[in-house]
Design a protein around this ligand. Structure first.
Ligand code: AVJ
Length: 319
């Protein structure tokens, strides 16, 4: 992990030179790629909300069912008087549904999509006036340290939805270790992970009949056009997603439909028809595989809840 960046700094200032350099380096790489964090501008966050409502996209509703069925047990494991730190909070709906059970003193949602987050928290604060809310529009993927005014006591990191799946297992261990180092006294990590299953179920979740994941993936190019002054023409690229069983991950790509020269601030690259830009990995775990990951990051005492089909799991881990 790189050195800790302060959470209070606006890490994703639009078009900042670091962002342009990161995007440029990915586009110039032997296997071109763009980080999945750039899927989330305001429209991207809305498209992800739409994905969560698709019949084919089982993770959101399966996780919600686990919380509905085991919420009291989960809350009892976690205990009271917590600061809930929500990583990639988006519309904050998952945390909000747990507020009545977890009753956090403080709610600290983090998201790279800062404007979208700000609007969500404004509405939420009105519904829950007793909870102190501190939204932070940050990119926490490169490591972080929370600002000092976030209570050190009983920090519970909330990382639902299998978002950890965007990181390779070694990167995930790095992030988990970073979380563990920021836990403070008597805190923990409440995390949702997607489990390995039949590849037809996985493939359908990322290739729905309506084409929402395709729009979500293509929207990344719109965002990159803005961030890096690039000239992607969305009509020239096609969404492509499939489960790679050996790597235990969904891979998402954008595939060139013709020969294309892409230009951006400070760079250019030619793509031939059929070339791909890798835009996302979504790792799927087994129960024991993820437990090992948590243990490598220094977590212990892992509690585990799943749905009847074993499609998704929620874990609570302590330092
Ligand atoms: C937000 C990373 C959990 O991997 O399933 C949904 C993102 N990508 N459809 C996932 C996503 C395409 C999602 N995560």
């Amino acid at each position: 992990m790189p050195p800790l960046a302060r959470c209070s700094a606006p890490a994703v200032a639009q078009g900042s030179s670091a962002v342009v350099a990161e995007i440029g380096a990915g586009l110039q790489a032997r296997r071109p790629h763009i980080s999945p964090k750039y899927l989330y501008d305001t429209l991207g966050s809305r498209l992800f909300e739409a994905i969560c409502e698709l019949d084919e996209y089982y993770p959101t509703r399966t996780e919600a069912a686990i919380f509905a069925r085991h919420g009291e047990d989960i809350a009892a494991c976690i205990g009271q008087d917590i600061s809930l730190i929500d990583l990639g909070a988006g519309n904050c709906a998952k945390a909000a549904s747990l507020f009545p059970l977890l009753r956090p003193r403080q709610y600290v949602p983090l998201d790279i999509s800062a404007e979208f987050l700000g609007e969500a928290v404004a509405g939420l604060q009105q519904r829950f006036p007793a909870i102190a809310m501190t939204p932070l529009g940050v990119d926490f993927s490169a490591g972080f340290q929370l600002p000092e005014h976030i209570s050190q006591a009983r920090r519970v990191f909330f990382y639902p939805g299998s978002s950890i799946g965007n990181f390779s297992p070694p990167q995930a261990v790095g992030l988990l270790r970073n979380l563990r180092d920021n836990l403070g006294g008597d805190g923990g990590l409440l995390i949702g992970i997607d489990l390995v299953k039949q590849s037809s179920v996985l493939d359908a979740a990322y290739n729905d009949a309506l084409g929402v994941p395709a729009a979500f993936n293509l929207n990344l190019l719109r965002h990159v056009n803005r961030l890096a002054g690039a000239n992607f023409d969305l009509r020239q690229w096609q969404h492509c997603a499939y489960f790679d069983e050996a790597a235990s991950r969904i891979e998402m790509h954008l595939q060139a439909q013709c020969d294309i020269t892409v230009r951006w601030q400070g760079g250019a690259r030619q793509f031939a028809r059929g070339d791909r830009i890798h835009t996302e990995d979504s790792y799927k775990y087994t129960r024991s595989g993820f437990r090992q990951l948590l243990e490598s990051a220094g977590f212990e005492a892992v509690q585990y809840w799943t749905d009847p089909a074993n499609w998704f799991a929620v874990l609570y881990a302590r330092a």
